[in-house]
Design a protein around this ligand. Structure first.
Ligand SMILES: Nc1nc2c(ncn2[C@@H]2O[C@H](COP(=O)(O)OP(=O)(O)OP(=O)(O)O)[C@@H](O)[C@H]2O)c(=O)[nH]1
Ligand SMILES: [Mg+2]
Length: 398
């Protein structure tokens, strides 16, 4: 039965939480028994390409190895096939995905998937990575979870990952290198309870200190942790915080989400997938690099928020990621060479029209496939501008 409940969760008396679409207790409908203790969820926000997935992977692996903890992951994006999901699954994690845009506009699905993981797998921790353009996680996800499902979930403080190499641009400090977005990253920092400064292996201490100073002005209360996926700096600290008993306490604050609409609308998104067949041995790395180069050549590097591509075949998985002008091989499992059948998935978020982005991906894949004698079949692509992220649960009542 659907129930209506209303409770005041903001400081502002004008804002109420309206819950009318969601069953207050859907747990009974789920497969498996209800867990006795709430399952812990850590939500990770942060801009496109900041390092959320790599951090979830690093933390998950650390907790698995050091504490024998069972970690489940929720990925979140818009579109049909998600590179992050393939990446996490290849890392051996149980993964659920929310594919229709931000958690905040798909709260019902988010809760359903989180409950599914909680009740069937009984993990020690669910790490939920939000879409990189999310600007409303405290109000639209964390607060309703705390308010409505305290018996099901224990909510960790909101983690936000900030790319400290890109921070000068994304915080609006570098006029010569215009960032893809500035309002969105600043809002994400303001929302955070714990800020993880990623890619600190790529910057000098002086730049790191300057970024920390700036972040402290935007959000004096947040804990700030410099981190590197490459050197594993502070992975242990982040992992211990994620699995600790520390819970989210920050009150949401009111922000008109419309102010982010222009930055969101400037980004074209394209998700591409295809089957691939190689009759002879093909170097997966060269194939992916060629595809990425073809896409990168089409755009200014500042426009490339994040392009990620993965090849998965029976004997290997390889993932490459392009953020700005930085191309990295993120993952190689199994053999570098593949023969026979496999799958290619590309997710691209670029300052471009969706149509131009889609065409550049199709051209690049077809050119690289021809050059490397890889046959492609069942090509599918969707290109779009991300949905506006307006919470479906919150209404303003005057
Ligand atoms: N040098 C360096 N690279 C990093 C670090 N963390 C992440 N990266 C790289 O940055 C790129 C993007 O990382 P992801 O973890 O996919 O970023 P994301 O935030 O999940 O991206 P979206 O899901 O698209 O929003 C990848 O090539 C990562 O290897 C880091 O600490 N140091
Ligand atoms: Mg990701």
């Amino acid at each position: 039965m659907l129930k209506e409940s209303r409770s005041r969760i903001f400081d502002s008396p004008a804002i109420y939480l309206i819950v009318e679409r969601f069953p207050v207790n859907v747990s009974n409908n789920m497969a498996g028994d209800k867990p006795r203790n709430p399952v812990r969820i850590a939500i990770i926000g942060g801009f496109l390409g900041a390092g959320k997935s790599s951090m979830a992977m690093a933390v998950g692996q650390y907790l698995k190895e050091k504490q024998n903890a069972l970690i489940a992951i929720i990925t979140n994006d818009q579109g049909n096939v998600l590179v992050d999901t393939e990446f996490m699954r290849s890392g051996g994690f149980d993964v659920e995905e929310i594919r229709g845009g931000c958690f905040c506009v798909n709260f019902e699905e988010f809760v359903k998937n989180a409950q599914n993981l909680a009740f069937t797998k009984r993990p020690d921790l669910i790490i939920a990575e939000s879409i990189g353009t999310a600007t409303n996680l405290l109000a639209a996800v964390i607060s309703p979870l705390k308010e409505l499902y305290p018996q099901d979930f224990e909510i960790a403080p909101l983690f936000v990952v900030v790319d400290c190499q890109a921070a000068n641009e994304s915080l609006g400090h570098d006029e010569n290198s215009p960032a893809v977005a500035t309002l969105i990253p600043v809002q994400q920092i303001k929302e955070a309870e714990i800020i993880v400064l990623s890619k600190c292996d790529l910057v000098e201490k002086k730049q790191l200190d300057a970024v920390i100073e700036h972040i402290k002005i935007l959000n004096p209360e947040a804990m700030i942790i410099p981190y590197s996926f490459i050197t594993k700096t502070n992975v242990e600290k982040i992992a211990e915080l994620m699995i600790s008993k520390k819970t989210s306490t920050k009150k949401p604050f009111e922000v008109d989400q419309k102010i982010f609409a222009r930055e969101k609308a400037m980004l074209g998104w394209c998700n591409y997938s295809a089957g691939i067949i190689a009759d002879e041995r093909v170097d997966a790395r060269t194939f992916l690099v060629e595809i990425m180069k073809g896409i990168a050549e089409h755009f200014d590097s500042h426009s490339l928020a994040h392009v990620k591509a993965i090849i998965a075949s029976a004997r290997s998985t390889m993932k490459l990621s392009l953020v700005g002008d930085r191309l990295r091989i993120d993952d190689l499992r199994g053999e570098r060479y593949f023969v026979g059948e496999g799958k290619l998935v590309i997710n691209a978020r670029v300052c471009s029209t969706p149509e131009e982005l889609k065409q550049s991906i199709i051209n690049s894949v077809r050119n690289s496939s021809r050059a490397m004698r890889v046959r492609i079949f069942n090509e599918q692509e969707v290109a779009f501008v991300p949905k506006p992220e307006v919470s479906s649960q919150f209404l303003k009542i005057q």
